[in-house]
Design a protein around this ligand. Structure first.
Ligand code: GLU
Length: 553
């Protein structure tokens, strides 16, 4: 009966749903097909990367899997220029690779495209036209003012369910003549679902992470096609995930409340309903004014760590960020990682049911400890490559240092990498080891340690003797023997045992003697192997630093 209305709304649509079904044939039996479906609205949120990672891992955990990227750009007001490249580049830089989807601002790869919703207008309109023709959807002419008046009346009457539905849905009962009349007047319209849901009737929906959830079934006549001819998220989700054969929709849990409307849409369209899994967001603990703590979602506005680029900028290795996201979200990841420290992350078999419901908690100290472990398990050569790449983009000074002598840089990496777990991210290098990498760092500008005060009478003599006995060709052992030989002259104990028993008999111990040299050269009391450091700095630089230190005393 509504064929005339359907025709009047969509005269240019000549295809039928059957045509699209043919154009998007089923994928091979048993294919686990997931997607990441962001809107190109600017910088990616860490939660977006997390969602993409879980989708990617899910398909890789199946024998046959397809993971695709779909750009949800139907909300034209929110779109940012370059937003698509931003998403593609970010996913690539984190090794989250999709099998199908946009590969640049204008090109797609894969047989189920276009993978940008704004280019699929004809498809959505075909299905909307069909629904109107079958009286399962209808045009609505309500203006903004009418809709806000409706909301006010619902407030006043305390309607249990707000929104456009049942007796409140004025356009639901327009006759064909009335509709055609309004169309001929050129009135603006949207297409709404004619919901079959009933107030007070609930239904059980299944979530692959949360299990069964009982909810009021949908009764809202939700908008399917907006006045600009583009679909709403809800309608595009149903049409696209059907035609692209998504087997599991794994998305953020902000969409849980929409399951009833989505299921009704799939059923009304005659599509099989996909599996749904709703991922909890990454949360952050926040101290409240009253001294308590509360949990909130990471916010792009308030938290720098919410932006994916933050991790790149300060130089966390890609694999560390991925390790971290899975460590805080997936209960069986950390034990797996401990057993398989060197395995690629994508060897991990993801079990959605082990993905936390409570919301992963962002924790910098956990991030740093995961990252330190990851760095420790990289080869020095891999560290060299990663730091070189990072420094080329974010740290000119370090980049110049590496470029001047790559072999020297590699030796310096061995120095701090082989025995220690100090580095979590590449920006730590300048902070932890300025005496190696920062040409502007002046150890002589560091405050002299308090504990040196008692040794002031001896330090100049010790350092002079040290310089006099220094031989570039000594290996670590010979070098240290010479340092030990200096100690007795100033009554410093060479062995710690006797010193600990009777400290009052000595000026100090060999540890003090080493610390004078160490501090003069590095401005630090605690460093990796000092002999190794000297051999990276060179004899001249070492001597210059010791002289400058002596000049201060
Ligand atoms: N465009 C939606 C979003 O960015 C996609 C949600 C989904 O995965 O279905 O939240």
């Amino acid at each position: 009966m509504s064929k005339r209305v359907a025709e009047a709304l969509f005269p240019h649509i000549t295809k039928t749903p059957a045509d699209w079904e043919k154009a998007f044939p089923a994928r091979p039996e048993g294919t686990a097909c997931t997607r990441f479906a962001p809107s190109p609205t600017g910088f990616m949120h860490i939660g977006g990367l997390y969602t993409a990672l879980i989708n990617d891992l899910y398909t890789r955990s199946h024998e046959k899997g397809v993971f695709f990227l779909r750009i949800e750009d139907t909300d034209q007001k929110r779109i940012v220029e370059g937003g698509v490249s931003e998403i593609i580049d970010t996913l690539r830089s984190f090794d989250v690779l999709f099998d199908e989807g946009p590969v640049s601002e204008s090109e797609d790869q894969g047989g189920y495209g276009p993978y940008r919703q704004s280019l699929r207008r004809e498809i959505y309109q075909t299905y909307a036209k069909d629904l109107v023709a079958r009286d399962l959807a209808y045009p609505c002419f309500c203006t903004e003012e009418e809709l806000s008046a409706l909301r006010e009346r619902q407030e006043a009457e305390n309607a249990l369910q707000k929104g456009y539905w049942g007796k409140w849905a004025a356009c639901r009962s327009l006759t064909e003549e009335e509709i055609l009349q309004k169309l001929s007047e050129g009135r603006s319209w949207v297409v709404r679902l004619r919901s079959q849901g009933q107030e007070g009737r609930s239904r059980v929906f299944h979530d692959l992470i949360r299990g069964d959830i009982s909810m009021q079934e949908n009764l809202i006549d939700t908008v399917l096609i907006k006045s600009d001819g583009l679909p709403t998220y809800h309608f595009a989700h149903a049409v696209d995930d059907h035609l692209m054969h998504t087997s599991e929709v794994i998305r953020a849990d902000e969409w849980i409340a929409s399951i009833p409307v989505h299921v009704e849409l799939f059923e009304t369209l005659g599509f099989p309903v996909p599996g749904y899994a709703h991922l909890s967001p990454i949360m952050k603990l926040e101290e409240k004014a009253d001294g308590g703590v509360s949990k909130r979602k990471l916010s792009k506005r308030k938290d720098p760590e919410a932006r994916v680029h933050y991790y790149e900028e300060i130089g966390y290795p890609v694999a560390a960020v991925l390790d971290y996201l899975l460590t805080i979200s997936s209960a069986d990841y950390e034990p797996w990682r401990e057993q398989n420290m060197d395995a690629p992350i994508f060897d991990f078999r993801l079990d959605l049911t082990k993905t936390g419901v409570a919301g992963a908690l962002f924790d910098f100290s956990k991030l740093n400890s995961v990252a330190k472990n990851r760095v420790a398990h990289m080869s020095c050569e891999a560290v060299l490559e990663a730091v070189k790449d990072w420094a080329a983009r974010y740290d000119g000074k370090l980049s110049a240092y590496i470029a001047a002598d790559e072999e020297r840089f590699l030796r310096s990496v061995h120095l701090w990498h082989d025995k220690r777990l100090d580095v979590a991210k590449w920006s730590d290098l300048m902070e932890l080891y300025p005496y190696l990498y920062d040409a502007d760092f002046d150890p002589a500008a560091e405050p002299i340690p308090e504990k040196f005060q008692a040794h002031m009478a001896h330090i100049p003599g010790i350092l002079r003797d040290y310089l006099a006995s220094f031989d570039w060709n000594d290996d670590g052992k010979d070098w240290f023997q010479k340092v030990r030989d200096i100690a007795p002259k100033y009554n410093y104990a060479v062995k710690t045992g006797p010193y600990k028993k009777h400290p009052e008999l000595y000026s100090g111990s060999i540890a003090d003697v080493s610390s004078f040299i160490r501090f003069a050269v590095t401005g630090r009391l605690n460093t990796p192997d000092l002999h190794g450091i000297l051999h990276i700095l060179g004899q001249e630089e070492m001597e210059r630093r010791v002289e400058r230190f002596l000049a201060r005393l």
